[in-house]
Write a protein that binds this ligand. Structure first.
Ligand code: PLP
Length: 513
């Protein structure tokens, strides 16, 4: 029960709200404030190269600055943007900085951002066709466009009986496809066998797969993580998969799902899709291909051979928000048999019944994903394809790859460094070589010592704020990852980054000596 004082104060609030409610969606106020936000971002993009790339704040920094409770009365956007600049930007790690070479890129672009704005402005919830026919139809069309660009077999396109859907993340795509595979398999072998289902991956498969398998209820003891080797360039070996499958079958388990990767997170290794699909096919295993980062490169003909054998897979996904300008989030998932998905994920509540659905002439995307509600992501992709044109999208991808090649050349010229795996796309994995470290330390510190030294060099580089890179440990070896692709990066930034790397390595080698 509210006290008299509380009630009086809420009545006062109501008076304030009444004076401002017309601002909820006032077109002219939207225009004015929208311009301010666009100006703010345009200035940000001008200056983003000057900020420390990796945020330098300490944990909890923001709680010390912001008030303990939300304001009761309205504040002007001018003040809010001032605080974004003053309080938020210091806590931002600048993914759009030209000096960002960490993880994989997550690229903003003018059409990507404007597509987001349009989609938020229209703010439709296209869970089924009738809830916004354009949202559904555009999604099916752009997914066919995109599938054709990648030269996916027609069996993955709507025009060939398959189809594509836009989801948020690869993890969601994995959950949906594992659940589709699970339901299909349990339909054949009976629900009592649920605990026997096995999911296969390699030690280089993204950890999202483990999460997805757990969400799908797969027994955690039945998630196989097959070891890769340097000799196989950290790709999943078909022979190793084969023997893992045979071993499971011998124990009465039931192989269900294989996640193969086109461009692993650590080193961009590519699993041999054709051979893996053959083995999976012999054992009735669903094959999903995760091309989260490198899948986008397959719009260029020189990378399409990596998809050789994809016609025998069941599903394929990539994150176009990584390398194809779509801003977070935009995971593109194609499946060969949409009914496998819809049988597993459909719900048909009375409140959503409508003639279009009943006619079976339309796609209801709520049955292709986890949630009911969904964003109009297709608008963003459509605008990107149209604004850039395919020729430019290919040029951008090739431009990033050429810069990575250039970086690789710089590393190769300095004998104190070594490249750790052959470069496939726009990621270069390298380290300060054991020889250089031993020479300066005047003693061998073993593998651990080499790893530690490289970790310290990377931390020093990142702490400087000049450049941001991340690392991987593969086969027990620590390596620095230099991932090119941020939208404002030019080759001069790559050269500058290399100088920063060299300077830090030199000073640490000298300190150590
Ligand atoms: N798969 C690969 C190969 C990745 O590199 C990543 C992230 O970098 C993911 C999956 C995870 O993607 P998401 O965050 O969209 O689930």
């Amino acid at each position: 029960m509210g006290t008299v004082k509380n009630i009086q104060s809420e009545l006062d609030d109501e008076r304030i709200f009444n004076t401002t409610s017309s601002l909820l969606l006032d077109p002219e106020e939207f225009r004015r404030q929208g311009h301010m936000v666009v100006d703010f971002l345009a200035d940000y993009f001008h200056n983003v190269g000057k900020y420390p790339v990796r945020s330098q704040v300490e944990p909890g920094y923001l709680r010390k600055t912001l008030p303990e409770a939300a304001p009761n009365t309205p504040e002007p956007l001018e003040n809010i943007l001032r605080d974004v600049y003053k309080d938020i930007l210091p806590g931002i790690t600048h993914w759009q900085s030209p000096n960002f070479f960490a993880y994989f890129p997550c690229i903003s672009s003018t059409p990507g951002i404007l597509g987001e704005i349009l989609s938020s402005g229209l703010n439709v919830v296209g869970f089924n066709w009738i809830a916004s026919p354009a949202a559904t139809e555009l999604e099916s069309i752009v997914m066919d466009w995109f599938g054709k660009l990648l030269r996916l077999p027609t069996s993955f396109l709507f025009s060939g009986g398959g189809g594509g859907v836009l989801q948020g993340t690869t993890c969601e795509a994995m959950v949906c496809t594992i659940v589709a595979a699970r339901e299909k398999m349990l339909g054949k072998i009976g629900r009592d066998n649920f605990g026997k289902l096995v999911v296969y991956s390699s030690d280089q498969t993204h950890f999202s797969l483990k999460k997805a398998a757990q969400i799908a209820g797969i027994n955690p003891h039945n998630i196989r993580v097959i070891e890769t080797t340097k000799a196989d360039l950290f790709a999943l070996s078909p022979e190793a998969l084969q023997s893992s499958i045979l071993c499971d079958i011998e124990q009465g388990l039931i192989p269900l799902y294989l996640c193969a990767t086109l461009g692993t997170t650590a080193t961009t290794a590519v699993d041999p899709i054709r051979r893996l699909c053959e083995i999976a096919g012999e054992n009735d295993i669903w094959v999903h291909i995760d091309g989260a980062y490198a899948g986008s490169a397959c719009i260029c003909s020189e990378y399409q051979h990596y998809l050789d054998g994809v016609e025998n897979a069941d599903s394929f996904s990539l994150n176009s928000h990584k390398w194809l300008f779509s801003t977070l989030d935009c995971c593109c998932l194609w499946v060969k048999h949409p009914t496998d998905l819809t049988k597993a994920l459909s719900t048909n509540p009375e409140c959503l019944r409508n003639n279009a659905t009943e006619s079976k002439q339309v796609v209801d995307y709520k049955d292709w994903q986890i949630a009911l509600s969904r964003r109009f992501r297709a608008l963003k992709l459509w605008i990107i394809f149209r604004s850039y044109g395919v020729a430019n999208l290919r040029n951008f991808i090739r431009g990033a790859v050429n810069m990575a090649k250039g970086f690789e050349g710089l590393v190769a010229k300095d004998e104190r460094f070594e490249i750790m795996v052959p470069r496939n796309f726009s990621l270069v994995c390298f380290r300060v070589s054991p020889t250089a470290i031993e020479k300066h330390l005047k003693a061998s510190h073993g593998d651990e010592g080499v790893n530690e030294f490289n970790a310290k060099v990377l931390e020093a580089i990142n702490s400087s704020g000049e450049v941001f890179m991340t690392h991987a440990v593969v086969g027990g070896v620590y390596m620095m990852r230099f991932a090119v692709g941020a939208p404002l990066t030019e080759f001069r930034h790559v050269e500058m980054a290399w100088k920063v790397i060299q300077d830090h390595a030199t000073s640490m080698l000298n300190d150590a000596a």
